[in-house]
Design a protein around this ligand. Structure first.
Ligand code: GTP
Ligand code: MG
Length: 315
């Protein structure tokens, strides 16, 4: 990774101010809102804008060889969901350097899966973890710390330690949510965060931007922040998991009448889309619906007190 000093307008003193405020990489400088950098570093706005222009130029103008690209991809890791079947259709688990979108109706298990991953991400590599901490943006007030304790105990981990490693923020509206996402560019590298959860990505946006005239503004904002999340995932080799709701589509008589919210923006920005639905009792069915290389397959899993697991007796 290039040094901050390679940016136009950044000498040792400015570089140290940026680092002290947590902007340790060119990516972080490029994607943070300018006023945030001004406030956190005391550097003047004019200078910040100049530095950011240079950072953005460097990122987009910076060609990589296919070999470099390949080496970077090789550092990609996967995090277990707790269910072997689900891991299998995901190609081995939830990927770093990518956004995985969990889509499903009420009670389909999106939040439960996010809570499970918040624990498994902390496991060592040889147990399917990412050996990292977790940042969890909760927009619906459904983050249940008790579940973290149950799941951690189920995996034989020290629940207090596990809970200490999860940074949770409750986002009260969409602009607060965006602010929190911007903060991740500091929080993640400083704390070795390897999993970022946004549960749910879209509920505030849907609730606040009502009516056709605000739709393009909403989609633009959503697009901007999804791309920030993707850049975060790539820059810090971490996994991003976001949840999404389904909206009724009365026009579809023969297919599943529910389709993911957020339209094309959501569909294009997310690397892998996983559709969850309720089966019988506590069984859930996951299906890969959109992925650059994972085939469209289904897997069953169950939700238990200890988190996510395979359906007993199924193979
Ligand atoms: P929305 O956020 O409302 O859209 O739903 P969601 O997809 O996030 O659903 P969530 O992950 O919250 O799933 C809730 C379901 O998980 C409940 O209906 C229960 O069936 C199941 N569940 C949650 N906690 C437990 C538990 O401790 N034991 C068991 N067996 N099941 C649980
Ligand atoms: Mg939920």
């Amino acid at each position: 990774m290039e040094d901050l000093e390679s940016l136009d307008g950044v000498g040792p003193s400015i570089a140290s101010k940026l680092r002290a405020a947590g902007y340790t990489t060119i990516e972080a400088v490029a994607v943070t809102p300018p006023m945030e950098i001004v406030e956190r570093t005391g550097i003047g706005l004019g200078t910040v804008l100049k530095i950011q222009e240079s950072a953005r130029k460097m990122l987009s103008a910076d060609f990589k060889t296919a070999r470099e690209y390949y080496e970077h991809r090789k550092s990609m890791r996967r995090c277990t969901t707790g269910s072997k079947k689900l891991d299998e259709i995901l190609g081995g688990g939830i990927e770093t350097q990518a956004i995985t979108e969990l889509i499903g109706e009420y009670g389909s298990g999106k939040t439960q899966l996010c809570l499970m991953l918040s624990v498994t991400a902390q496991l060592p590599y040889d147990r399917g973890g990412l050996e990292g901490k977790v940042a969890f943006i909760d927009t619906e007030g459904t983050f249940m710390p008790e579940r973290i304790y149950q799941i951690a105990s189920g995996l034989g981990l020290n629940p207090n330690e596990v809970a200490n490693n999860i940074f949770v923020a409750r986002a009260y509206n969409s602009s607060h949510q965006c602010l929190l996402i911007d903060r991740l560019f500091t929080l993640c590298p400083e704390n070795n965060v390897k999993l970022v959860v946004v549960d749910s990505m879209i509920s505030h946006f849907r609730g606040e931007y009502i009516g056709r005239e605000t739709l393009s503004e909403r989609q633009q904002k959503l697009n901007q922040y999804l791309h920030k999340l993707l850049r975060l995932a790539e820059a810090y080799n971490l996994a991003v998991v976001i949840t999404n709701q389904v909206q009724a589509n009365p026009a579809a008589f023969f297919t599943d009448p529910n389709r993911p919210a957020g339209g094309n923006i959501m569909a294009h920005a997310c690397t892998h889309r996983v559709y969850l639905r309720k089966g019988s009792k506590n069984v859930r069915v996951a299906k890969i619906i959109d992925s650059p290389y994972l085939p469209e397959r289904e897997a069953n899993f169950i939700i238990t007190e200890k988190g996510i697991a395979d359906v007993e007796g199924e193979d």
